[in-house]
Design a protein around this ligand. Structure first.
Ligand code: GLA
Length: 754
């Protein structure tokens, strides 16, 4: 039986080395640190990278505070000192880096603990610091008890994005219960008038950008569902004021790398200090730490941009490409894929799939993905989940004949799986009804006729790894679409003692990451997509293990413009999948042309999800646009994105521009919802081009108007702009800009990039 890899307890070699464990792993500590020394002098520690300086100060009484987080300062600039606390009523209103709940704290704490004697008072003070060029560790300790917290800082030299996380150690003689454990607290410069951006949504309507003034009180973004969730993205951006635009103004932003229940609280306290605290969701949270055990929080990344939301997103994208994704700093380009879900639903067999594969290959698709319905008794959504072997009626010789067929057509093969779930009507559930989340004796709530397997149980992880290892060893499968179509209910872990059962909220996600990590170790060429009923599992935690994500089951190309716009505020287009599907769209019945559908999806990582019952002309259009997409995909997926015109708030038009890394080519996509009163489509002003370089232009679809010059300088395209002749309803156009003698070089196939 293959082992799962790491042991559950991760032994620390020194008291400060916590980074070796996954978030949430309980660590057995091997404490070597002495008792805290009282800090008699003021200390300041600073980290500089990208366009960012972050500085932490320590008061003589040991309060550790944020003293600077903004644009980069000169090396010898004076850093403000931390301020004494307790003015005037011994209430701690200082911008602490990590506040224990105790003493005179009224604001949102970072850590709340209850000791066995019922006493929750926790006042954390400075013990020691270990500054390096781009990292910093600060050790805090309670003023009396041997509760130690190590704050970790790791700033990315390229982007200035700072990773922060915490390690909470119990060095007392008794067990204690952690009731709230945040990853970090981000304090903004003292000011008023801040404006918050966040992403909210639901199934079929993910990633809607919201704007809210930050006023006294709290805004809470969270998931209580055990998964990242559709309702909010674990991401925030705070603009200096409500006049910040795509191109101008200061923005502080952050994202939590955690795919379980999470919470981000944006607070403006009574002294008008604005801070953002995020980490494990304290709702129903309880984590017992025995003596010598420690708990590590997820990473909370924070960044700063001086030039508006556009620069913010480009910094985030660079960071995710170079630091987060599998194969970073050079993640693979996404192949053009075909997915059979919208074409077939559950109704198919080997021949149906082969016919779709033939058609997909004829238009230039590179990866053929068979979605739900291929396994066990799965002919409807109420049976088969958990039994991961090919349906013997549909695939009498197993998957090999279909996979061989797909390979012979020059494509690689991918498969849909939903390994964390089980149907009641399955062999797995009849053998192991105790493997699901449940409270004994209570009803077990089904959603989409399925239950959630408890990935905190080693035997469940072992089962998933074994079955997937068998599937992937016996079949040449390049890609898994890993789905999870429901959230937790009755989150019970009855196999554990009562006072440890709520550790499920942490241990489940930890188990999920371990399975993904082990699978990737065993199959290094395997690529994985994160999907959860559409976009219910998109975050920087899962993006470390998955190559792409499915933003939404809503594939309507017009709705997608808004979903994609919101998505790119937080995440790189490199992972954002979009399919060209049929018209009328299954989700809302909207009718659009094939080229409109293509151009909407070509702003992302392109897939085809249509049933391919197309006319000859449709096939030629598809073939042409897929060929064009392969030429531009490197800049669309991994280049610099400029959101030229937002589709939000009922906008009648929208436009994006992607610029190649060397700035010598760009592609502009433009969309018109409905022309009114004969008004012309407005002029688009490009961004990010080299002003003096001459760019040739070429329409990828349709024709340019006669008065559009065939070539002009970057300065011309940015300042004079380009007028496109879009008319009518749901019309779209894409235009390629290439520096003279450059187009050939940009033609980046996927093979070339791998
Ligand atoms: C989820 C996914 C879809 C599809 C179905 C299959 O809803 O988001 O893309 O894979 O499951 O059951």
């Amino acid at each position: 039986m293959p082992s799962i890899g790491r042991s559950f307890f991760c032994l620390l070699t020194t008291s400060l080395l916590a980074g070796a464990c996954l978030p949430g792993e309980t660590q057995q500590t091997n404490a070597t640190m002495g008792s805290p020394r009282s800090a008699s002098a003021q200390h300041t520690f600073r980290l500089d990278a990208g366009n960012v300086t972050y500085a932490v100060g320590v008061t003589p009484s040991g309060s550790v505070q944020t003293v600077y987080w903004s644009a980069r300062l000169a090396a010898n600039d004076p850093i403000p000192a931390a301020e004494p606390i307790g003015r005037p009523f011994e209430i701690d209103d200082s911008p602490q880096e990590y506040a224990g709940w105790g003493g005179g704290l009224l604001a949102e704490p970072s850590l709340k603990i209850t000791f066995p004697d019922g006493n929750p008072d926790l006042v954390l003070r400075f013990v020691s610091a270990a500054p390096e060029a781009h990292t910093l560790k600060i050790v805090l300790k309670d003023i009396q008890r041997n509760v130690f917290v190590t704050l970790h800082y790791d700033i990315d030299p390229e982007t200035g994005i700072l990773a922060r996380w915490s390690n909470i150690e119990n060095r007392t003689e008794v067990p204690l219960t952690v009731e709230q454990a945040e990853s970090a607290e981000w304090n903004l410069p003292s000011a008023t008038g801040y404006s918050l951006r966040f992403l909210s949504g639901r199934w079929g309507g993910e990633d809607q950008l919201q704007t809210r003034a930050i006023t006294p009180g709290n805004t809470v973004l969270e998931s209580r569902r055990g998964f990242t969730g559709h309702e909010f993205a674990p991401w925030f951006a705070v603009a200096q004021n409500d006049r910040v635009t795509e191109q101008n103004g200061e923005v502080w932003f952050g994202a939590l790398a955690w795919g379980g229940s999470w919470r981000i609280t944006i607070e403006q306290d009574v002294m008008q200090q604005v801070k953002i605290v995020g980490g494990y969701n304290p709702f129903d949270f309880s984590y017992k730490l025995n003596p010598a055990q420690a708990l590590t929080t997820p990473k909370f990344y924070g960044g700063f941009a001086s030039h508006g939301f556009g620069e913010m997103s480009r910094i985030e994208s660079t960071f995710q490409l170079h630091r987060i994704l599998p194969h970073a700093p050079a993640p693979r380009l996404r192949p053009v894929l075909y997915n059979s879900w919208e074409a077939t639903g559950f109704n198919f067999d080997e021949t149906t799939q082969e016919k779709l594969a033939d058609k997909a290959a004829s238009i230039g698709v590179e990866r053929f993905v068979m979605d739900d319905g291929w396994f066990s008794t799965r002919a409807k959504d109420s049976s088969g989940l958990g039994d991961w072997y090919p349906n013997p009626q549909r695939f009498p010789q197993g998957l090999k004949p279909l996979i061989d067929h797909v390979h012979a057509l020059g494509m690689d093969f991918g498969l849909w799986v939903e390994p964390e779930m089980v149907n009641e009507d399955s062999e797995l559930y009849s053998k192991h009804p105790d493997w699901i989340l449940n409270f004994p004796g209570r009803p077990r709530t089904k959603a989409r006729s399925q239950f959630v397997l408890n990935l905190a149980l080693p035997e469940v992880r072992e089962y998933i790894l074994q079955t997937l290892t068998k599937l992937l060893s016996e079949n040449d499968i390049a890609f898994l679409k890993w789905d999870a179509n429901r959230n937790f209910s009755e989150p019970g872990w009855p196999q554990k003692p009562a006072d440890e059962q709520k550790q499920l909220w942490v241990a489940y996600v930890q188990g999920y990451y371990r399975v993904l990590h082990t699978l990737r170790e065993r199959f290094p060429m395997l690529e994985i997509e994160s999907c959860s009923g559409g976009g219910g599992r998109v975050d920087l935690g899962v993006m470390q293990y998955t190559d792409e994500v499915w933003p939404s089951d809503n594939t309507d190309p017009f709705d997608r413009l808004t979903i994609q716009d919101g998505f790119t505020y937080a995440y790189t287009p490199a992972v954002m999948m979009a399919w060209v599907t049929d018209s009328p769209n299954w989700y809302n019945g909207r009718q659009t042309s094939l080229s409109y559908r293509f151009l909407s999806a070509m702003q992302a990582s392109l897939g085809i999800g249509a049933n391919l019952k197309w006319t000859g002309e449709d096939f030629s259009t598809a073939k042409h646009l897929i060929t064009e997409y392969k030429r531009i995909r490197k800049m669309v997926q991994q280049g610099a994105l400029y959101r030229l015109v937002s589709p939000r708030d009922g906008s009648n038009i929208s436009s994006t521009e992607s610029v190649s890394e060397d700035g010598r080519s760009a592609v502009v996509f433009a969309f018109l919802h409905s022309q009114q009163m004969g008004y012309r489509f407005p002029t688009l002003h490009l961004q990010g081009l080299q002003p003096e370089t001459v760019y040739n232009i070429r329409a990828l679809s349709g024709n340019l108007s006669k008065d559009t010059p065939a070539q002009a300088s970057g300065a011309f395209w940015m300042h004079q702009g380009i007028r496109l002749g879009l008319t009518g309803d749901f019309s779209a156009q894409a235009v390629l800009f290439t520096a003279e003698q450059h187009e050939g070089k940009q033609e980046q196939g996927r093979t070339e990039s791998r």
